[in-house]
Design a protein around this ligand. Structure first.
Ligand SMILES: [Ca+2]
Length: 466
């Protein structure tokens, strides 16, 4: 009689090796994180715009969740993006202002030598900060960044030193879309090296091309693809004809009616840049389909802060750089097939600080040891299983301050102040400070407590002294 034990064991091990890894161990999701730059809250078809042509973003919203009370951590570029990639308040990371030379405002032309030692070129996010790309690299992900980096320009601050394996883009906070110069200084890079290979080609087309190449090369591995567009930010050009306007290819400008005045024409170019970016996003979504990885890829889209020149933040008050909702509340769409129901509209109180912990949980990675994360996993909220655990959020930009506690929003800024009840007044039109001194005091106390918390945090450069 044959003893079955050995043969069963043999058979089992033989069978196990025949089962594709996919069936025994579900593959970890890929991540496509897309950021637009200064896009207005209203400037997407799926957010109610009758003007903006955004078929790809509208598709993403139909297939995922559209968030309507989602906030950036800061009302302008650099700190917003660093907070997105670290899950931490700007005051905690030490990147709580722009890496930007003030003299670019008056059209001053820097020489290469002068620019090299200017604050804009030498400031960078503290190297002790742990970027999402670093955590994902440890978890075995291959990561690419194509677009606007804006977290520091010296070699030690660049994407390849923060966990990314592939980088093409510019490192400053803005450029001319065609010359890739920032007020006259050329700034595009491939990897760590400056590259003029594509000078004269529209920036959005380049970031699309590089992101598609990355997908072609890496779709078979778990990947993190970060595409921070500079569109539809206005151009950082010394040319007075271009300066402060959004550049866009003629074919996209022609999709919109000519403006009757300069303001309308400026908006026309802005909308053209939005639609060109949307076409690039559409190509990335199609690439995910073609490589058959869309069903296991989390796609997140958000604007880094409220809309700037040429945009519409309606029905919100104010815009970029302001503490009113128009500066802080931004469009955000999240698609995760099989986990988030298509067509979801989520009005829960959520912020960009939630993205880092949500993605860590999604891929099964641990938060960096000893690092305070200011957000939480928001998947159960997007699935409608629970209401948002977020009760409060705070913003500070130089002397301007704001806090949201529950549905109350307190603003204290150069552009205006007041206490607003967002439940009935998302447009922040009716100041309730006089009527509700009790609420005002409560919100101000919460703000002070947050400030104390930030002061007690381990200090980080480049802005905080220690
Ligand atoms: Ca921005």
């Amino acid at each position: 009689m044959i003893k079955p034990v050995v043969s069963w064991a043999f058979l089992l091990s033989g069978v196990a090796s025949l089962i594709p890894a996919e069936e025994t161990d579900p593959p970890r999701p890929n991540i496509l994180l897309i950021v637009s730059d200064d896009q207005g809250y209203e400037d997407l078809g799926c957010y109610g715009s009758r003007e903006a042509k955004t078929p790809a973003l509208d598709r993403l919203a139909r297939e995922g969740a559209r968030l309507t009370s989602f906030y950036a951590a800061w009302p302008a570029c650099t700190p917003s993006r660093v907070s997105l990639l670290t899950g931490r308040y700007p005051q905690r990371t030490g990147t709580y202002d722009l890496f930007r030379n003030d003299r670019v405002d008056d059209g001053y032309r820097y020489s290469e030598i002068e620019y090299a030692i200017s604050p804009e070129n030498v400031l960078g996010t503290d190297l002790r900060e742990v970027f999402l790309s670093e955590v994902l690299a440890k978890a075995g992900y291959v990561s690419g960044c194509f677009g606007k980096w804006d977290c520091g320009q010296l070699r030690r601050f660049l994407p390849l030193q923060q966990g990314f394996h592939d980088f093409y883009g510019f490192t400053s906070t803005g450029i001319d879309y065609w010359t890739h110069e920032r007020y006259g200084v050329h700034i595009m890079r491939r990897g760590d090296a400056r590259s003029k290979e594509d000078q004269g080609t529209y920036a959005t087309d380049l970031f699309r091309r590089e992101a598609v190449r990355f997908l072609h090369q890496n779709h078979a591995h778990p990947f993190f693809l970060y595409v921070p567009f500079n569109a539809p930010h206005s151009a950082s050009s010394l040319d007075p004809e271009v300066r402060g306007w959004v550049q866009a290819p003629r074919e996209y400008v022609d999709l919109y009616e000519p403006g009757k005045n300069s303001r309308e024409e400026k908006r026309r170019h802005y909308l053209a840049a939005v639609t060109c970016m949307d076409a690039a996003i559409g190509e990335l979504l199609r690439a995910l389909d073609e490589y058959d990885v869309a069903r296991r890829t989390i796609v997140i889209f958000l604007s880094d802060n409220g809309g700037g020149g040429g945009s519409s933040n309606a029905p919100l008050r104010g815009g970029k750089a302001q503490m009113f909702e128009g500066g802080l509340r931004v469009p955000c769409i999240i698609r995760w097939p099989g986990r988030i129901e298509g067509g979801t509209v989520c009005d829960e109180f959520l912020t960009a600080l939630e993205i880092f912990p949500t993605l860590l949980r999604a891929v099964g990675a641990e938060a960096p040891l000893g690092t305070v994360i200011d957000g939480f996993d928001m998947l159960p909220v997007l699935q409608g299983e629970q209401s948002s655990p977020r009760r409060e959020m705070f913003w500070q930009r130089r002397g301007d301050r704001a806090a949201r506690v529950g549905s109350w929003k307190w603003v204290d800024s150069q552009r205006g102040s007041g206490l607003f009840d967002l439940r009935e007044d998302a447009g922040e039109e009716r100041d309730r400070a006089g009527e509700r001194p009790d609420i005002l005091e409560m919100v101000q106390q919460r703000f002070s407590a947050w400030q104390e918390d930030m002061q007690a945090a381990e200090p980080r450069g480049p802005f905080r002294d220690f």
